[in-house]
Write a protein that binds this ligand. Structure first.
Ligand code: GLA
Length: 366
């Protein structure tokens, strides 16, 4: 595997900060850009902690921005697609917008039919995070912190959240999430980057070759809430254990694909016993030769094919983002875990520390 530098040049690793304007509430927002020695660039906004752009080289060393998003803060303030954002307090869905913890039922904000999606009406993607450049031994790093107050969107406990983005010289964007609470609560954090490895706005991703390290997935009901079954991928369009084009089976007559209008499902990741972090997925863009690997310590990963993108969101350069013009690989705990006792627990108690790491690693293939 090669970690190509952009046109072979050595860039100076650096972090820059610019003012990115104010939210409608008057809160100041900044945009930080991390650059590694190979010239890769990750721009991160303190609004939603969003990865606004991610420039990586193709097989000829040519950089392109491989994530969907907007040119300015405005776009993110009005966004309904969660482009690039940090998602919390509970990524993905919680059925009927409620859960019971220690005998008490917590009613959450409903923002997806009867359900709660991605933390509620004002999730972490709509918060202004406090940023600090920090020293990291392995690259350029930015720390973002946010206090999610007791009762926010219905969740119990003051949750102190810290997310560290590190761009290292191995062409990895590493995301470390941690959190502590002062009351028993539930936590599930992820990043909602939409990738198009040929470049944001450059057509659909159906020809990309995807491998997912999962023998099972969690089938859903019509509200996209898991039924609690762990179903074998074998013999279904959900089998990506061998690298397969994303579009090869997406229009098959399959009940699960029909319910979601494509892929929008949580995969049960295989774990390498003893390893702190395992390969979850690998995607190859045959057009430009870019390769993305996702490594994580999380039990699940939502694979979403941008089924709800309908061209109404105009992104960078004014381009309309159409259906299936990107894919998301959201590492996470399983959706609706607070209501599914058989799923790995998402509870966090005072005195404990939530900590999880995901790496998006870029390379190229001929
Ligand atoms: C997640 C969900 C999708 C959709 C997108 C955002 O991936 O699973 O159903 O809501 O977020 O549009």
């Amino acid at each position: 595997m090669s970690t190509l530098s952009a046109s072979g040049a050595t860039a100076k690793p650096a972090t820059t900060k610019i003012s990115w304007g104010k939210t409608p509430d008057g809160e100041q927002v900044y945009l930080y850009t991390l650059t590694n020695k190979n010239g890769l660039e990750a721009a991160i906004s303190t609004y939603g902690g969003a990865v606004v752009s991610l420039k990586v080289p193709d097989r000829d060393g040519k950089l392109a921005d491989v994530v969907l998003g907007y040119d300015s803060l405005d776009g993110y303030v009005n966004d309904k697609s969660y482009f690039g954002a940090i998602i919390g307090r509970y990524a993905n869905r919680i059925g009927h917008a409620e859960f019971t913890l220690d005998g008490k039922t917590y009613k959450l904000a409903k923002n997806n039919g009867e359900n709660t999606l991605h933390g509620g009406i004002k999730g972490f993607n709509k918060a202004v995070w406090t940023a600090k450049e920090i020293r990291a031994k392995d690259g350029q790093a930015l720390e973002l912190t946010y206090l999610s107050k007791d009762g926010e969107e219905g969740f119990p406990g003051n949750l102190h959240v810290r997310v560290i983005y590190t761009l290292n010289d191995a062409n990895e964007l590493k995301i470390d999430y941690s959190a502590t609470t002062d009351k028993n609560t539930v936590v599930n954090l992820t990043n909602h980057s939409y990738f198009n490895l040929s470049g944001a706005g450059s057509g659909d991703i159906l020809g990309d070759i995807l491998m997912i390290e999962a023998d099972k997935f969690t089938p859903v009901d019509s509200g996209l809430i898991p039924t609690a079954e762990l179903r074998d991928v074998a013999g279904t369009p959900f089998d990506f254990r061998k690298p397969t084009a994303i579009g090869a089976r997406i229009n098959e007559d399959n009940e699960q694909l029909k319910l979601a209008g494509g892929y929008d499902h949580n995969f049960v990741l295989r774990r390498k016993p003893g390893a702190p972090i395992s390969l979850a997925a690998r995607v190859v863009d045959p057009k430009r030769g870019r390769v993305l690997e996702v490594w994580t310590d999380q039990p699940g990963m939502q694979f979403y094919t941008g089924n709800f993108l309908d061209g109404s969101a105009h992104g960078k350069g004014g381009i309309a983002y159409t259906k299936r013009s990107a894919f998301c690989l959201e590492t996470q705990h399983f959706p609706d875990s607070p209501n599914k006792p058989s799923f790995p627990s998402t509870e966090l108690k005072p005195g404990e520390r939530y900590h999880t790491t995901t790496i998006y690693k870029f390379s190229t293939e001929k």
